[in-house]
Each structure stands twice: as C-alpha cells, then as structure tokens.
Design a protein around this ligand. Structure first.
Ligand code: PLP
Length: 514
C-alpha cells in the first residue's frame, strides 16, 4: 500500500484561492486544472496525497462543484489523479519530486529568481543614515542604558496587573493621545523636574522619540522645506527629517551648543530647528541661556518650530539640572520631545511630545491615523510605576551608576589623556566623546576595536557635511564596570600605540566641537 499523506484540506483550498486571485481571461475550470497539474509536476503535491472532497473544495473556493469536477476529471483522465472508490481522489504515483513536504510546498510559491529591492530614492538615502545600526551591547555602544539594573520585578507585576484588568475599551481603536493617567503623571514629572510648562492634554504619547520626530516632520514640513540641524548631530532625527523630504541645513555646534551666527547662507528660512540643548548629542555641551533666548527669538522671527530633544537630561552628576528650553517663556514655539528609552529601556518604545496648544488637536488626530495608538496596559503600568515612586528611585540609582561608570572610563583612558587625547568634559549623560585629529586613526581604531568585540562609533558619521571631525562616541552606561575598564584600557593603549608608534604629533585639540 502506498502511504497516504493526509492533506490539510484548508491548505489546498487556500492555495487554489490565491491562484484564482490573479486576473485571467481563462475559464475557471481550466485555471484549476493548470494549477493542480503544475503542483503535481513540481512535486508540490506528492504522490498519494488525498485531495479534499470536491464538495468542500468547491465551497471553500466559492466555485460551482461542476466546475471543479471538470478540472479533476481532466486530471484523472490524464493520469495525474486517481479516484479510489469510497476513499477519495489521490495524486497518482508519479516520478515527480517525491516526499516533498506538502504544507511547505503549498504555502509558498518560490519564484525562480528573487526580486530585486529597487528602493525609492528616499529609501536609498535613508540607508545612508543606517550605517551604524545593529545590535550593539556592552562597551561602548552609545545610547544603551544599564539594562541589567532595570527593576524588572515591580515592573512585571504592574504589567501583569494592568494586562489582567484591561477594560474592553483598550482592545479597541482609540484616539486619546495616550492613557490619561500616564499623560498626567508625565505632565507632573516634567513640570517639577524639567520646568516644562504643560497640562496633560498637551502630552501626546508616541512609540519613542523617533516616532515623534516622524510625526513632527510630516505635520510641519513640506518636502524641500528647511530644517536646521545641529552639526554634529543625532542620526535618528536626521533620518526622520531626510525621509520626510526636508532639506537639512547643518548649523555648527561649539562649546555652547548650536551657533546661530554660523547658519550657512543661501537657504530658505527654517520650518523646524532641531536641538538637544540640555546635553548636545553627541558633543555633550549644554546650550547657555543667551543662546537659548536667541534661538527662541529666531524661531519667532522665522515662524519656525523648535524641536527640543531632551533625551537624557535626567543624568547630570553633581551639576544642577538645566531647565528645559520649552519652559523658558510663555507660549514658546517649542515642541518638547521626551523618551523613556534612556531612563527605562529602549525596547519599551514609549516617548512623548509636549505640544503647543495650536498643535494638540492636529497631532493627536494625525498620530492616530498614521501610527495608531496602542500599548494601553503598558502605559497604565508606567503611570503607576511613576506614581508608586519606582521611576524616581530608578533614576536616582542610575544617576549613581552612570556617574561611577563615567569615572571608570575616565580613569581607564587617563594614560591616553595624559598624552594628549582630548575627552569631552561635563558630568552628565551616558557617553563621552574622544576627539581625534585624524580620520585614518578613527577608522583604524573602529576596525581594531570591532575585532575585540568593542563598539566604537566614529564621530565623523554624526556630521551631515563630509568628512566630519574625527573622534569616537563612547557609550558607557550599558557596559558593566569590568567591561568599561577592559575596553577603556584597550582603547588607551591602542590610541597610544597609533599616535606614538607612528610618531604623530600629540596635538589633542580642545574637547569641544567646532
Ligand atoms: C539624541 C537622542 N534622541 C532621542 C533618542 C531616543 O530615541 P527613541 O525614543 O526613539 O528610542 C536617542 C537614543 O539614542 C538619542 O540619542
């Protein structure tokens, strides 16, 4: 007896259904016949397979039973199928591709040649901003918090509780701008700790800062319009603005942040101005008060919106926190962007915008249309996480942790610093910058570090205008103490051997951009 391969009836029906979706002028029975015959010849329907009953198959396909029988009878007549009285219709014993898994064969139509990507011009450009993306952990991946220190136990407990108690409304489409309790909790937190002027209705919960930038770019800038960008600056924001078709005009950053006097001439007035005033990314400088006021004035004069990205301002060590630009004056033309990726963890995908009154309604509606809202249980859990004090406790602990890790990194790099390696100053954030003099050295260090399992992010890539200043962005927050010491020691020695071994001048320019 031939082994009878039990054919999951639904799959044949579905596969034939897909086949019939392609428009064709051929009669239905002919198309069914050809599809089944092709599968048998390709060995996709193995010998011995039993077809579903014609009654069921016809019903699944929504075709007349006679139409189906016409195809089957033809295949029986040609010897591809055989009927066994009382048992059904089977694929005949033929020498085509025996033994191939039926489900696999039916569920995929493998094209002979894989299609080419053929990206849009925008897609191609976007890839230019993705060079460094990948899964990086440990020393010195920038922007990664201490994931091993996250208080998972109370967080999981809250998550479970809110999942279990989720009201039916949370299963539905919603357009509220986020769970009210979270918007209130964030509002209180921002008012107290960041001097942001807001009420809960102005808070729009999004899936991370990245989604916020996307929304801002699409809602406020038409293709070809200008956005002033910090140079060097954050690649995530660059990618969003570029993908929205905006013209990014790089404005150099010096020891006080974005320098308005150095806006390149010859461009239209900006629609948007993107800044990280509390802790410029990546240089680490803080924008001074006079620059902040000048920026607010410039935005007013141009009718532009400032995008204030306040990504890691919780982490200042020994210095007083710097108030947000948004809160400096009443009705400032500022959209404040916050993220929970640094204070909690990036996989959470939660961030928020604090919108000026005029933008609240349009952004809430557009976000619900473009991105959809969701994650209500997670948002509710986070609201309680904040209210119960877990959030502020975690921030305090991480502040201590990162202060210690930065000190360790400085200690490990001290031998190189003593010989002229310029390190960024400032007791804040989750990374330092080592300024180099030579692009070749940057590249050699990046390559050699990768061989050691160490992630070095080349500073030159953070510039919109090539070639960019050479340097290294050194994230320390997500690395264990021993990793920081080992990698820091390796880097110090590698840098020393490069600059001294090749008798390069030890010039070490000052540790600020510009
Ligand atoms: C300057 C800056 N802004 C914002 C973010 C956070 O982005 P998201 O909330 O999309 O994770 C990061 C993360 O690396 C960052 O470096």
């Amino acid at each position: 007896m031939e082994p009878v391969v039990a054919l999951p009836a639904d799959w044949v029906g579905e596969a034939l259904g897909i086949e019939l979706m392609t428009p064709s002028s051929q009669p239905l029975a002919r198309r069914l016949y050809r599809a089944l015959r092709a599968w048998i010849q390709a060995g996709r329907l193995a010998s011995g397979c039993r077809l579903p009953s014609s009654r069921r198959l016809a019903r699944d396909l929504g075709v007349g039973r006679n139409t189906l029988l016409e195809a089957i009878e033809q295949l029986v007549a040609e010897g591809f199928l055989e009927t066994r009285p009382g048992a059904g219709t089977f694929v005949a014993d033929l020498p085509f591709g025996r033994g191939e898994a039926v489900s696999e064969a039916l569920s995929e139509k493998v094209p002979s040649e894989a299609p080419e990507a053929a990206l849009s011009a925008r897609g191609e450009r976007l890839l230019g901003f993705c060079a460094s993306s990948g899964d990086h952990h440990g020393a010195f991946a920038p922007g990664v918090p201490a994931l091993d220190r996250f208080p998972r136990e109370p967080w999981q407990r809250l998550l479970r509780r809110h999942q279990q108690r989720a009201p039916e409304a949370w299963l539905d489409y919603r357009t509220q701008g986020g769970v009210p309790a979270l918007r209130e909790a964030l509002c209180d937190y921002l008012r107290l700790s960041r001097s942001v002027r807001c009420r809960p209705a102005q808070v729009l919960v999004v899936q991370g800062a990245q989604q916020g930038f996307e929304l801002i770019a699409r809602m406020l800038g038409d293709p070809g319009e200008v956005v002033w960008m910090e140079e060097p600056g954050y690649g995530g924001a660059q990618a969003c603005f570029d993908a929205a078709g905006l013209e990014m005009v790089p404005v150099p950053v010096d020891g006080e942040g974005l320098d308005l006097k150095r806006v390149p001439p010859g461009h239209a007035a900006p629609r948007l101005i993107y800044v990280t005033p509390s802790h410029q990314y990546p240089s680490g400088v803080t924008m001074g008060l006079s620059r902040r006021l000048a920026l607010l004035e410039a935005a007013e004069a141009h009718g532009a919106w400032i995008v204030e990205d306040d990504y890691d301002s919780e982490f200042r060590y020994g210095q007083r926190p710097i108030a947000a630009l948004q809160g400096l004056t009443e009705a400032a033309r500022v959209i404040y962007v916050g993220t929970l990726s640094k204070v909690l963890y990036p996989g959470l995908r939660l961030g928020y915008l604090v919108l000026p009154e005029a933008l609240v309604e349009p952004f809430r509606r557009a976000n619900a249309r473009l991105h959809r809202e969701g994650q209500y249980a997670v948002q509710a859990a986070l609201a309680e996480f904040i209210a119960a004090g877990h959030f502020s406790r975690h921030v305090r602990r991480m502040r201590d942790c990162y202060r210690g890790r930065q000190a360790l990194l400085r200690r490990a790099l001290a031998p190189a610093v003593a010989r002229g390696l310029a390190l960024s100053e400032g007791q804040a954030g989750m990374h330092l910058v080592a300024w180099l003099d030579d692009l070749d050295i940057e590249q050699v260090l990046v390559r050699r570090a990768a061989e050691q399992g160490i992630t070095l992010s080349p500073l030159s890539r953070y510039y919109l205008t090539a070639p960019g200043r050479p340097g290294l962005v050194l994230g320390y927050a997500g690395a264990r103490d021993d990793e920081i010491l080992r990698a820091g020691d390796w880097l110090a020695q590698a840098w020393l051997s490069l600059v001294e071994g090749e008798a390069r001048p030890l010039r070490g320019r000052p540790g600020t951009p510009g």
